[in-house]
Design a protein around this ligand. Structure first.
Ligand code: NAD
Ligand code: IPM
Ligand code: MN
Length: 350
């Protein structure tokens, strides 16, 4: 029996994963659902944002679906005990180095974006974000006090060829099943890692993916092009930090941050980690108004990438599309439905 580990987390995390649970129980009754504390709530109850037991269970499951972690309550906790540190440890502990963040504008939402319909209509971008390296994990890092009393903060951006190559491979493979184009975004004009990134991607393409169109674009220009003419992109391949920023930007093209799912995958056969790209949204947490669609679509990605049920993934995505076409809208999309009512709308379409 396949197992899905649910990690609801903090803030709106439990509100959106509650809707995933309802959908999962309906669409795949044979799926065993486990739940563990994770993030700030785990720190409060168990003294750490990610227990060894939860990580071991994550590794032993077929897929892991998390809501969101973090919030003002834990902003002053020591760095290594913060909810976000638990998330980074989960990602690296599961070895999920490639993060797929699809920005898809559902037809019914072409007017929900703050950008003009003609700019976002038909949008279908796949952002492939490197997830277990770069400045998120590089050493040294920390804040020290200098002899003159100043403080000095250090983060280190670091990439090896193999780290760049394995995530690039995922991007090229995905492009082959789509519109056959990869845009690699970095800052090779100022960063050493950016230069290495460009060289490694270029060499890999020449060696194994000569049939795929490869374009290099500086990351700042990529941010601008995303709002100017987003449909020029097929697959965007980028590092951990740029991928974080560009994917929030791309989310807004789809109507709302509450729409964008993600799948983090590692070596073939290992469990994937599925998460909406949004955070715990402290400003609306506890009100029951969060959009659960990013979480529900993340579950659809789990069905496709980890649970071997592309058929159910298509069915679920179709149900989300029908619910939206029928006018279902949470507040972030300009409507008035609560999280549970949006869940009802998707279930009705299933
Ligand atoms: P956020 O994504 O939580 O919220 C940004 C804005 O988008 C807010 O106005 C919020 O109300 C809105 N929003 C987000 N998700 C929504 C949804 N599903 N429905 C409707 N509106 C939604 O980003 P933030 O406020 O910068 O961060 C809050 C906390 O979340 C921080 O502690 C941060 O570290 C954490 N965070 C966690 C994750 C994660 O767990 N994967 C991701 C991003 C941020
Ligand atoms: C995301 C989030 C995380 C990130 C944080 C919460 C660690 O912003 O998943 O996009 O920066 O990767
Ligand atoms: Mn982010």
């Amino acid at each position: 029996m396949p197992t899905l580990l649910l990690l609801p987390g903090d803030g709106i995390g439990p509100e959106v994963t509650a809707q995933v649970r309802r959908v999962a129980e309906r669409i795949m009754p044979e799926l065993t659902l486990e739940t563990r504390l994770f993030g700030g709530c785990s720190f409060d109850d168990l003294g750490t944002p990610l227990t060894d037991e939860a990580l071991a269970l994550a590794r032993a499951s077929d897929a892991v679906l998390m809501g969101a972690v973090g919030g003002p309550k834990w902003a002053t906790a020591p760095r290594h005990l913060r909810p976000e540190a638990g998330l980074l440890n989960l990602r690296s502990g599961m070895g999920v180095f490639a993060n797929l963040r699809p920005a898809l504008c559902f037809p019914a939402l072409a007017d929900a974006s703050t950008l003009k319909r003609e700019v976002v209509e038909g949008l279908d971008i796949m952002i492939v974000r490197e997830l277990t390296g770069g400045v998120y994990f590089g050493q040294p890092r920390g804040v020290e006090t200098l002899p003159d009393g100043q403080r000095r903060g250090v983060d280190t951006q670091v990439y090896t060829t193999s780290e760049i190559e394995r995530v690039s491979r995922v991007a090229f493979e995905l492009a082959r099943g789509r519109r056959n184009k990869v845009t690699s975004a970095e800052k090779s004009n100022v960063m050493e890692t950016g230069l290495l990134w460009r060289e490694v991607v270029t060499a890999l393409r020449a060696r194994d993916y000569a049939d795929v169109t490869l374009e290099h674009m500086l990351a700042d220009n990529t941010a601008m092009q995303l709002v100017k003419n987003p449909r020029q992109f097929d697959v965007i391949l980028t590092d951990n930090l740029f991928g974080d920023i560009l994917s929030d930007e791309a989310a807004q093209l789809t109507g709302s941050l509450g729409m964008l799912p993600s799948a983090a995958i590692g070596v073939a056969g290992s469990p994937g980690l599925y998460e909406p790209i949004h955070g715990s949204a402290p400003d609306i947490a506890g009100q029951g108004v969060a959009n659960p669609l990013a979480a529900i679509l993340s579950f659809a990605m789990a069905l496709r990438w980890s649970l071997g049920r592309a058929d159910l993934a298509d069915r679920l995505t179709g149900a989300v599309e029908s619910a939206l076409s029928g006018g279902a809208r949470t507040r972030d999309l300009g409507g008035s439905l609560g999280s549970g009512e949006m869940g009802d709308a998707v279930l009705a379409c299933l």
